[in-house]
Ligand binder design. Structure first.
Ligand code: ADP
Ligand code: TRP
Length: 321
């Protein structure tokens, strides 16, 4: 099964991103034919700073490789290294009714937030459709906010196929309902926009401890049993523990011998240890940017072959010489 994931590089990754999106993606590599790319053309819709866009694109590549994207198993590239997608975007535009784009939630939300509408923002879903259709993608794992974009892709592909024959595979979205919403240090959904996130790659253990210390907890005097249910420290720690580990931690809450301070220290250990291997890999990649570029070039090479073959078929179908 051909599976495609697109990454919007948006800065520091947090634990919610890891458990909500990255870990499931990394696990997919074992079962499916995974294709993953960094959607830097899409990022242009909101980017104003060229140096920053370059940096975010590179950092995203480093972070994903460090956390487990394996270039031996997964084709990993940067969108702009396969510019054929922009040609397809134009061809698909003809099969994209204005009304379809006008109904897009993400476009309407952005405009409602005061972002000035421009054509790139408006036609964002057509470029996403081109990403998906160029590859004959069968499955697209997405968060709920992106489901509509995959549905639009199917609509566009169906219209094209009706006119020109069975050129495109119709993709399906996959939403992982098992993945819970990860809470932040205030118990609300962890998000970089709410200043409640714990980043995956904190510079030092001390900084990570400081962040863990900010997790909201009730004030129960030492000696009294603590409740693990509803405790944000417990809920975050549980993500890193197997069933037995969770039972053991609950037991430690029950004895009343330890206070929240102890559990915040324990949580820091859990997080620091979980990402220790990734941290080492990240150092290695940051010190060897050429290696990162080589990996991305390999991915782009594979993709260019696929893209050229598909575009030849599409050009032939529509009559472009
Ligand atoms: P943020 O809310 O920090 O801006 P993004 O919207 O960039 O995060 O999310 C990137 C991916 O991480 C999405 O697939 C999203 O579903 C997932 N994700 C983000 N925050 C959480 C969370 N708190 N719990 C579970 N998944 C999350
Ligand atoms: N729009 C997606 C997001 O914001 C990123 C993306 C671009 C994508 N092209 C894609 C995702 C193709 C899946 C398939 O998260």
């Amino acid at each position: 099964m051909r599976v495609l994931t697109g990454i919007q590089a948006s800065g520091k990754l947090h634990i919610g991103n890891y458990f909500g999106a990255m870990k499931p993606m990394i696990e997919l590599q074992e079962k499916e034919e995974l294709f993953t790319f960094i959607a830097n053309y899409h990022s242009l819709t909101t980017s104003k700073d060229p140096a920053l866009l370059k940096q975010l694109t590179f950092d995203a590549a480093v972070d994903y490789l460090s956390l487990g994207i394996n270039p031996q198993k997964t084709t990993f590239w940067i969108q702009s290294d396969v510019p054929q997608v922009l040609e397809l975007y134009w061809m698909l535009s003809k099969f994209t009714p204005m009304g379809l784009l006008e109904r897009a939630h993400s476009y309407k939300d952005k405009v409602a937030k005061g972002i000035t509408a421009n054509h790139a923002l408006f036609s964002y879903p057509v470029l996403m459709a081109a990403d998906i259709l160029l590859l004959d993608t069968q499955k697209v794992p997405v968060g709920k906010d992106q489901i509509q974009h995959v549905e639009m892709t199917r609509d566009i592909a169906t219209k094209f196929n009706n006119d020109y024959g069975e050129i495109f595979t119709l993709p399906k979205h996959v939403v992982n309902d098992e993945v819970a919403t990860i809470p932040g240090i205030d118990g609300q959904k962890m998000s970089k926009s709410y200043d409640n996130a714990i980043d995956i790659f904190m510079e030092t253990e001390k900084k990570l401890q400081k962040r863990c210390n900010k997790i909201l907890s009730s004030s129960t005097p030492l000696g009294e049993p603590l409740k693990s249910e509803g405790c944000h420290i417990y809920n975050i720690a549980a993500l890193f523990l197997n069933n037995q580990g969770q039972l053991d931690l609950k037991e430690r809450y029950n004895t009343g011998e330890e206070g929240y301070g102890h559990f915040k220290k324990y949580l820091k250990e859990l997080i620091w240890n979980e990402f220790s291997e990734a941290r080492e890999k990240r150092e290695m990649y940051l010190n060897n940017p050429d290696l990162v570029r080589d990996i991305l070039n390999d991915g782009a090479k594979k993709m260019n072959k696929i893209a050229n073959a598909k575009m030849a078929q599409i050009r032939e179908a529509v009559g472009i010489l």
